[in-house]
Design a protein around this ligand. Structure first.
Ligand SMILES: [Mn+2]
Length: 480
């Protein structure tokens, strides 16, 4: 099924329409509406949230991610820095964003200039005028003008949110600009930045709490991801190659209008599933084994992150079912615990205890599963890490491992409405683990869903994707 077409919005709230601006400047060439952001209101809302969080005299300077060479002179497809994307929706490389609370022009952009010759090769550019009319910038200039204009623009900014040591050239440009700004400030008496704050402190806290529009995009990413996992389950059979499932999944992401996978799709057949970030996906699936698929669609920058594990033959063996059900029971328990006020750390503790008990029950660890003191001792010694060596989950949003602190002041962060996180317990038994019961060796099982925290309790955004033993087997048979 095709994704519903998205209306191309050409108006930014509070701004004169594109038509109104062009009437004001009848000589200007028409801007291609295809250059407009897909969700202008979402970014306008994000900017409003940021300006609200900043104090008078605070500013923020962000740069686009650099482009990366894949080989020789071919580049990877460009993906904007998530901070810039969140604030502006701008998707092109080589731009800077300056936010100044209390300034006459709080939102200034520096972007690639229009260049007909370059645009023939690398695509249409909105240019500075597009940044103003389509993206809502109060003022926009060529990026080449940044070093010359920045000293003046920083006058009146006392605290600057900026990340040092990401890019040495940007650091130098900023420090030079501040030096120049300080000289000018001797006459003007205006503040210049003397205090620097990492964007983690304010911007990333805002990104951690999703707006309704962001949640809507995450839901749509989740829905496409569900269709992809289902299609992969249906296509699974002995002899099918891991890359064939990857192709079905990544193809579905694009067919439904997503940007593609939000991270490299993992298709681990058999003991490849015990390699956590297995992405070569080049082996045939073997009868009698499981396949573990970790894949999420990125839609307009927001990504899902989902793992399902299913039998290559479509039916779990007894050993597979026992191990699978243990992971599933833990996952369901951990999802239910994603309530307002609980902490990220508490969720991991709960998950670790639950999995450790299961490991004892299944003979992976020596210990009495019903004896809390015994479970404590095993966890204290880290025994469970042999089979569950990663975290229980992470924040999710524009980045698959999204920004936002997990702790502060020595305390694990409490969940609040609007946060989205993954819950992804797993058990991985190395094929060469002589201490593990033979029937579990070479199995890797992970189950991962995307959970929205609300006042009314956890909302599983990826609940529609088959997960119970019966639902997974039915999906593998081709039933929905
Ligand atoms: Mn994940």
């Amino acid at each position: 099924m095709n994704q519903e077409p998205t209306a191309v919005a050409t108006e930014v709230p509070g701004e004169p329409s594109l038509e109104a601006r062009e009437i004001a400047d009848p000589g200007a060439p028409r801007l291609d509406p295809r250059l407009a952001p897909t969700h202008p209101d979402l970014h306008a809302c994000n900017r409003a949230r940021l300006l609200d969080a900043l104090s008078e005299g605070e500013g923020m300077l962000l740069f686009a991610s650099p482009e990366h060479i894949r080989n020789q002179d071919a580049e990877y497809r460009y993906r904007q820095h998530s901070d810039v994307l969140w604030l502006t929706g701008w998707r092109d490389p080589e731009c800077a964003v300056l936010i100044r609370k209390g300034a006459e022009q709080p939102f200034v952009m520096f972007v690639q200039p229009k260049n007909e010759e370059r645009e023939v090769w690398t695509g249409r550019r909105p240019g500075p005028r597009g940044a103003e009319t389509l993206y809502g910038a109060d003022a926009a200039y060529d990026l080449d003008e940044l070093s010359q204009m920045l000293p003046a623009l920083l006058q009146g900014v006392a605290k600057l949110h900026y990340r040092f040591a990401d890019d040495a050239a940007h650091d130098r440009l900023l420090m030079r600009s501040i030096r120049t700004a300080k000289r000018a400030a001797r006459r003007s008496g205006l503040d210049v930045p003397l205090t620097f704050i990492d964007p983690e402190v304010v911007l990333h806290e805002l990104r951690l709490h999703k707006s309704d529009a962001e949640i809507e995009l995450l839901k749509r990413a989740a829905s496409i991801t569900g269709d992809a996992h289902l299609a992969a389950m249906q296509a699974t059979a002995p002899g099918v190659f891991e890359y064939e499932l990857e192709a079905i999944i990544d193809g579905m992401f694009r067919r439904r209008g997503g940007w593609g996978p939000g991270y490299s799709t993992i298709v681990g057949g058999g003991d490849n599933a015990t390699i956590l970030h297995y992405v070569v996906n080049d082996q045939p699936l073997q009868a009698g084994t499981l396949v573990c698929v970790d894949a999420g669609c990125e839609l307009d920058g927001y990504t899902a992150d989902v793992t399902r594990t299913w039998p290559v033959d479509g039916v779990f063996t007894n050993a597979q079912r026992e191990l699978y059900q243990a992971v599933l029971d833990t996952q369901v328990e951990a999802i239910a615990a994603c309530v307002v006020g609980t902490t990220h750390h508490a969720l991991h503790e709960l998950t670790t205890r639950s999995l450790t008990r299961a490991m004892c029950r299944l003979g992976l660890l020596d210990g009495d599963p019903s004896d809390p003191a015994c479970i404590d001792a095993l966890i204290e010694a880290g025994a469970q890490k042999r089979y569950f060596m990663h975290g229980t989950g992470h924040w999710l949003g524009l980045d698959v491992h999204d920004v936002g602190a997990y702790a502060g002041g020595g305390e694990s962060k409490a969940l609040a409405p609007g946060m989205v996180l993954t819950i992804e317990p797993g058990i991985y038994v190395s094929p060469t683990d002589e201490d593990a019961p033979e029937r579990f060796r070479g199995m890797g099982i992970r189950i991962e869903d995307d959970i929205l925290v609300t006042e009314g309790g956890p909302v599983n955004l990826t609940a529609a994707i088959p997960k119970s033993v019966d639902a997974v087997e039915a999906a593998c048979r081709g039933e929905r």
